[in-house]
Design a binder for this molecule. Structure first.
Ligand code: FCB
Length: 464
């Protein structure tokens, strides 16, 4: 048994996203987003679930902030719903929408919790999708305008900004395999979408710097794709499969954002899918804006190899890579079917630090879904989610090892504060450290919530 101590500057908190928790989709002048349309389309989301009500956070946010305060969260990462600010994705901002987030931010500050605001966690105004969505360059320009409206209103009180959450998912699951909104399956559109999200980031960062407090920290959050070797795969095939995943899964964002150019192998791998004519002269310089830290979302790893016979271009999340196959790695697994591999978090952080030594890192999401059980004794409800506690303990320990190895890791935000709408899985997967009963909207702090509370209180973690 050892006791690990986290540096006092290391920020521990939790995260959510607008469409997953807010509900109130017709209130405060909010316009429809692609997730409203998608979730209301039969067959798209498990069980026909939608975010219409979700955690009803739109009405219960003050109680939710009190719970965060009870747990002692140091930071809370939330996202701003673009269609609350611009119901049709353009034009003057909707004051009621801005007021909602101003109230939330002031409530956080009053409780000593640092707001970490994400500008885009996937809820594109439907009107912009109707005009072509992210495969259209104009959407990037609209995003920069939206960002300016938000930062103009909140920039004096929010000091940490994130432009995008997981643009890989938004581009390649949204436009590549259609598993996420808007549900399109077109490899060329997915690549154009990825580029326009990069561009949108590059156009928004100077707006944020212009309008926010000078001390503001500006970032972007990526979900990278750590892969593991498969024992039965020849070394050269394995290396090639991993190179391809890193090109279209990770470096498509990392390289333009942090180095100022798309990599030649990415352009090559995808040349059969698109001619990249959406990439204009000067775009890569625009995308290459200094950031204050990189957000890393980490859950799991995958095994990759080439399928025996490579076929014609498949519609899917990996355009240009018809022969790529993802293989399930040995367990244990979470309820998502994702394998648990905390060692890969340490390796990912160390490898990012080695490649981009000047870029501080922050874990902006990490957590696990498990099928929790509520037990009631003497009128007191309890969720003994020891599997989630074990998952978090192992991943916090991995983060600690990364710090010891010299990684400039600024903090760790647990996904998620509340059980919520898990995209195409609807409400069937529970990631919260606080349980939500979707009928009564009762909140119950799970054992994992108490674990996070103790961690923040003591700054220490006991590990075997
Ligand atoms: C990430 C998303 C987040 C949540 C977790 C489980 O990909 O950013 O909204 O759904 O996965």
């Amino acid at each position: 048994m050892a006791t690990l101590r986290f540096p006092s500057s290391f920020v521990i908190g939790s995260a959510t996203a607008s469409y997953q928790i807010e509900g109130g989709v017709h209130e405060g002048g909010r316009g429809p987003s692609i997730w409203d349309t998608f979730s209301h389309t039969p067959g798209r989301v498990e069980n026909g679930d939608t975010g219409d009500v979700a955690d009803d956070h739109y009405h219960r946010w003050q109680d939710d902030l009190d719970l965060m305060s009870e747990l002692g969260l140091q930071a809370y990462r939330f996202s701003i719903a673009w269609p609350r600010i611009q119901p049709t994705g353009a034009g003057a901002p909707n004051q009621t929408g801005l007021d909602f987030y101003r109230g939330l931010v002031d409530g956080l500050l009053a409780r000593g919790i640092a707001p970490v605001a994400t500008l885009y966690h996937w809820d594109l105004p439907q009107a912009l999708e109707d005009a072509g969505g992210w495969p259209e360059r104009d959407t990037a320009l609209r995003f920069a305008e939206y960002a300016a409206h938000v930062v103009e209103a909140l920039g004096d009180r929010v000091h940490t900004w994130t432009t995008f959450n997981e643009p890989w998912c938004a581009a390649f699951l949204g436009y590549g395999n259609g598993m996420h909104a808007p549900g399109r399956a077109d490899g060329a559109a997915a690549l154009a979408a990825a580029h326009h999200m990069n561009l949108a980031h590059g156009l928004a960062v100077p707006e944020i710097r212009r309008l926010a407090d000078p001390s503001a920290q500006v970032s972007i959050t990526l979900n990278l794709h750590p892969t593991r070797e498969l024992p039965s795969t020849p070394a050269d095939e394995s290396a090639e499969a991993r190179r391809r995943v890193s090109a279209v899964g990770d470096r498509i964002f990392l390289s333009p954002l942090l180095r100022g150019h798309y990599d030649a192998d990415l352009l090559d791998d995808t040349s059969g899918v698109t001619d990249w004519s959406f990439l204009h002269a000067g775009d890569e310089q625009l995308i290459h804006q200094p950031i204050d830290f990189l957000g890393v979302n980490y859950y799991s790893t995958s095994g990759v190899r080439f399928a025996a016979a490579s076929g014609p271009e498949r519609v899917g999340a990996w355009p240009g890579d018809p022969a790529l196959e993802f293989v399930r790695l040995p367990g244990p697994y979470t309820d998502m079917g994702w394998n648990i591999d905390p060692g890969a978090l340490e390796e990912l952080l160390v490898s990012l630090h080695d490649q981009y030594p000047d870029v501080p890192l922050m874990i902006t999401e990490n957590g696990a879904a498990f099928p929790d059980v509520v037990e009631r004794a003497d009128g007191v409800a309890r969720v003994e989610d020891s599997d989630r506690v074990d998952y978090l303990r192992a991943h916090f320990a991995a983060a600690h090892r990364a710090i010891e190895r010299g990684v400039d890791l600024r903090g760790y935000l647990v996904w998620s504060f509340l059980d919520n709408f898990e995209w195409s899985f609807g409400f069937s997967k529970r990631f919260g450290i606080v349980r939500v009963d979707y009928d009564s909207q009762e909140r119950i702090v799970k054992d994992s919530g108490r674990f996070v509370q103790r961690l923040i209180e003591t700054r220490t973690l006991d590990v075997d």
